[in-house]
Design a protein around this ligand. Structure first.
Ligand code: GLV
Ligand code: MN
Ligand code: MN
Length: 415
């Protein structure tokens, strides 16, 4: 694993110890846990992080397996083998220059649940989903999507940074040619529970330690590719240019304008832009951007996408450039199971912790699990409401509180 600093693992115990250790994998040189982390899905850092978690899972006595999509599972059998187990987990990949709690908290708390579980009726399985973040051509929830049959053959051929998704999956130990085998069969699990940081500021502002998720917003993503003509920046007259970046900028501004043109809480972002050849003295010949939009209503996302597409066509017409807008992902909004939400609420209150019901504006693997089993999510506060940033932080007491609630809920479901 060229260039990836591997920690001497196992120095530290417990949830905090594991979060601190894992934070070293993908940490900027000379930094601390406060410097954030880059452990982008399918990269060397991701592979090293996954290896760390697998080691921790084995230490609990769980039996570890990696499915065809690269998802990592560790099972602890229950007393009654015929009963469907409870699934609990999250992810350990991050956005570039991300934080040390998004995904990591829930994934390592799941390992702790496994470690501390006594003899339950149902088995308990901890899971780390492969590449949860939208870092591969704008597609997110990669492992959990494959697990519900929503990653087709076409997507396996998508190329990102010189690698097909099939190659990327193989890289982390998956078997893309057998992707179908990663599918979770109906009735295979009793329920799915995920602990996660809120990534917004509502819990902190309200002074409430535990969020009970009622639903998760849907996300639509598009890749927009603008093809202009690279040419000399000194000798090409302004009126004769086919400047791909200028058109890409118009698209970016149009996304904001269109998303803001309707009432509601929908959001739209262009967070990725690639310019070729990206030199001061060359008129940009090609630009590639990723557009994403989020809302609790799929119909609204669809309508906004159509409006943007229309505008993109107009920009192409006016500029004389070729612009393609390709859908790169749709994660449907999902509802949490009312029974599990009630259980989370009651459990937290039983532990003397205040709760607040809320929708999640961030996407989660739980969204996919809701398609095949009852799902519930526990949120804990994010300091300053910051996430997807090195400044992302959750106080250790809040991490522990969330982990305690998660543990009680999972043990309760496992019986
Ligand atoms: C996942 O972190 C997301 O993009 O919401
Ligand atoms: Mn994230
Ligand atoms: Mn996450």
């Amino acid at each position: 694993l060229g260039g990836v600093a591997l920690a001497a693992w196992g120095r530290q115990e417990g949830l905090r110890g594991m979060i601190e250790e894992l934070s070293e994998i993908g940490r900027p040189a000379g930094g601390s846990i406060r410097s954030g982390v880059s452990r982008v899905g399918y990269t060397d850092e991701d592979i090293a992080g996954r290896r760390y978690v697998m080691q921790k899972m084995r230490e609990t006595g769980g039996v570890v397996r990696v499915d065809a999509a690269g998802n990592i599972f560790a099972r602890r059998e229950g007393r009654e083998r015929g009963l469907a187990p409870v699934l609990v987990g999250s992810h350990v990949d991050t956005v570039p220059e991300g934080g040390n709690f998004d995904g990591v908290l829930g994934a390592l708390a799941a390992v702790e649940v496994l470690r501390g579980a006594g003899a339950t009726r149902r088995g308990i399985e901890a899971v780390v989903w492969a590449c949860e973040e939208a870092t591969f051509a704008g597609a997110s929830l990669n492992g959990s999507r494959a697990a519900v049959g929503r990653m087709g053959a076409e997507e396996l051929q998508v190329v990102w940074r010189g690698m097909t998704k099939a190659e990327a999956i193989r890289r982390i130990g998956g078997r893309p040619e057998e992707l179908e085998s990663a599918r979770i069969q109906p009735g295979a699990y009793h329920a799915y529970v995920e602990l996660h940081i809120e990534q917004g500021g509502r819990l902190e502002k309200a002074g409430v330690p535990i969020g009970v998720v009622e639903g998760i917003v849907g996300v639509d993503r598009y890749e927009v590719v603008v093809r202009g003509e690279a040419n000399h920046a000194g000798t090409t007259p302004m009126a004769e240019r086919k400047d791909a970046l200028v058109a890409a900028s118009q698209v970016t501004l149009a996304v904001r304008e269109i998303v803001m043109s309707e009432p509601g809480e929908q959001v739209g972002t262009v967070g990725y832009l690639e310019v070729k050849p990206n030199a001061a003295n060359v008129v940009p010949g090609e630009a590639r951007l990723l557009v994403e939009m989020r809302d609790l209503s799929s119909a609204k996302l669809e309508a906004l996408g159509a409006k943007i597409r229309k505008r993109v066509e107009a920009i192409a017409g006016e500029s004389g450039l070729r612009i393609d807008m390709i859908r790169r992902g749709r994660n449907e909004p999902a509802l949490a199971d009312a029974g599990i939400a009630g259980r989370i609420e009651a459990t937290a209150r039983g532990l003397g912790l205040g709760t607040m019901r809320m929708a999640s504006g961030a996407g989660h693997d739980a969204q996919m699990m809701a398609r095949v089993m009852p799902m519930g999510m526990v949120f804990v506060p994010s300091a300053g409401g910051v996430s997807h940033s090195p400044r992302e932080w959750t106080e250790w007491e809040d991490c522990e509180r969330g982990a305690r609630v998660l543990r009680e809920v999972v043990l309760g479901l496992a019986g």
